[in-house]
Design a protein around this ligand. Sequence first.
Ligand code: HEC
Ligand code: HEC
Length: 244
Amino acid sequence: MARTIGLFLVFLFSTGTLSAQPTEELKRQLDETREQIKKQQEIIEGQKVKIEALEKALRERIPPEMVELELLQRESIERGKKVYSSKGCIECHGEEGQGGKGPALKGVTLKYGEEFLVLSVTNSAISHGPKPLMPAFTELQADEVRDVINFLATFVPGRENQERIERGKRLWNKLGCLQCHGLKGEGGVTGPALIGITKKYKYDWVRICITTPAVHHGRKTEMPAFSEVPFMDVEAVIDFMNTF
Ligand code: HEC
Ligand code: HEC
């Protein structure tokens, strides 16, 4: 009992008033203060980014117009990073785009065109086939999508791609691409050579060539449609083709 009274007094003093306020009100104030601190921290983070950019510009004698562009880009990346974690992309694609439940996103912006990337993020059923595992983020505003894509561009491709290439190679043989296009895309009796194909076309177009070749070659093509092959397998095959 004495302890309870003690706690009660501490409570009164800490609120700075003797009229006991209902806890709801205190909770609201606490939330509000936390929210204010968060906003101020965000401003400080933003200014730190700006300072870094300005310091770099001074060091490297970059003209002011370029600095302005660089700053806008950096701000966009910072906002994109927030979208990436608040929308749960991080849960499936990993903090550094290393992948997990979803594919690795390292180098993804080098592979795809802007349009396909936007579709990948907002409406995955169009870009990822009829049964996408990734949720469609239709609620994202156009500038948020651009920000998150700018953030994805900061993921640098690394060694983990090697595993995907190995898997792609196995699939290349298993799916029978080998029979028509040769062991390393050198071409065969039935299929054309595919050397340099991923340099010639963007990944999204190569994907269409594989999953729905009629779009590319017309209805009567001899290239079979691999429309049932899961997205991530097609992805691995294209990574393998990237080595041709
Ligand atoms: C529930 C897990 C999950 C979440 C959350 C998720 N993704 Fe995905 N993502 C996937 C999967 C799985 C794929 C492969 C396509 C499919 O099966 O839907 C994919 C594919 C992609 C691709 C195309 C990758 C490629 O190599 O072709 C991009 C880009 C992408 N996601 C970005 C995002 C962004 C940005 C967010 C957050 C706004 C996000 N994803 C949230 C699971 C997820
Ligand atoms: C039965 C033989 C056959 C098989 C199996 C086959 N292809 Fe093809 N592929 C073709 C032919 C033929 C073409 C050319 C189509 C045309 O001109 O109508 C082609 C075209 C392509 C193209 C477009 C080339 C270009 O320059 O436009 C790609 C990419 C491709 N194939 C990838 C693959 C992959 C990946 C696999 C395995 C998943 C595969 N193919 C399996 C016969 C085949």
